[in-house]
Design a protein around this ligand. Structure first.
Ligand code: OAD
Length: 257
């Protein structure tokens, strides 16, 4: 492992632009369950893929809203972990760092990353479920008169309020996706952290980087859809592996060869 960490750090030391792609695994050590592992507590019998769809919301808005309220509670009670903090620290060590995340928990921003592209939206925001005032019609739930309803109603059109997240079968926000394609094709290195690499289009970004000549570093305890694309595969939990890479990179800077 030490050799692989050194390989990753030396790729980063030579890079001017790093793009980081993260998935649920980067928040795992904050205590947030990943999408594809068993859910906890009351929600154990539900499959997230069955809840995170417009169809499910239309069928049972209360069930889906309550599930997101539960997940908001998990996020509110948790904090960024050493993996988020190491990725934020990378900004001091590589001239340009752009962070593309599939996560909706806001932990990268909370840890101090300054350029975060949210590919799947944010659990912290809500919007009108029909975007009656244009895409997206964001709403501040805390100021709605019926804010404790499950779900509250849009004050403009009366339709339901929903979380501002991307559900299965929905397109990604156009500007975020376009920027993600562009920076993936232009970076020197892409670091892929904690994603199973099975949900497109995010899963295609490492391929784009690779085809454009960038190095790909993967951090994940288990091999998955990205692993064969990776030049350096760091097998382990992100909260342990990333701080080691960043510490080594910092040491290169304080003691240049
Ligand atoms: P998944 O739940 O599919 O995968 C989580 C990944 O994290 C797996 O590859 C795990 O091996 C890895 N992992 C677990 N613990 C880890 C740790 N401590 N450090 C690093 N990695 C760890 O989550 P995503 O790939 O993010 O989409 O899923 C992608 C998208 O599918 C999600 O954004 C969501 C989901 O369905 C939508 O909601 C549209």
């Amino acid at each position: 492992m030490d050799d692989l960490i050194a390989d990753a750090a030396s790729i980063l030391a030579r890079s001017r632009t790093a793009v980081v792609l993260t998935g649920a695994g980067v928040s795992k050590e904050s205590g947030i369950p990943t999408f594809r592992e068993a859910q906890t507590g009351l929600w154990a019998r539900y499959d997230p893929e069955q809840l995170a769809t417009l169809r499910a919301f239309r069928r049972d808005p209360e069930l889906v809203w309550r599930w997101y309220q539960f997940r908001r509670g998990l996020v509110a009670a948790a904090q960024p972990n050493p993996a988020h903090r190491a990725l934020a620290a990378l900004e001091r060590l590589v001239p340009t760092v752009i962070l593309l995340t599939q996560n909706i928990d806001g932990f990268h921003q909370a840890a101090g990353s300054s350029d975060v592209v949210e590919l799947h939206g944010s659990i912290g925001r809500s919007k009108c479920s029909v975007n009656c005032r244009g895409e997206p019609t964001l709403l501040d739930v805390t100021s709605l008169p019926d804010r404790y309803a499950n779900p509250p109603r849009c004050p403009y059109c009366g339709d339901y309020v929903r979380p501002d997240v991307v559900w299965f079968g929905e397109p990604l926000p156009g500007a975020a996706l376009q920027r993600a394609w562009r920076v993936s094709a232009e970076c020197d290195v892409m670091i892929v952290v904690g994603t199973s690499g099975v949900v497109y289009p995010a899963a295609a970004l490492p391929q784009i980087a690779k085809q454009a000549g960038s190095a790909v570093i993967e951090v994940n305890p288990d091999p998955g859809g990205i692993t064969t694309t990776a030049d350096v595969y760091l097998q382990g939990p992100a909260g342990e592996v990333l701080p080691r890479v960043v510490a080594l990179l910092e040491s290169y800077r304080s003691h240049p060869a």
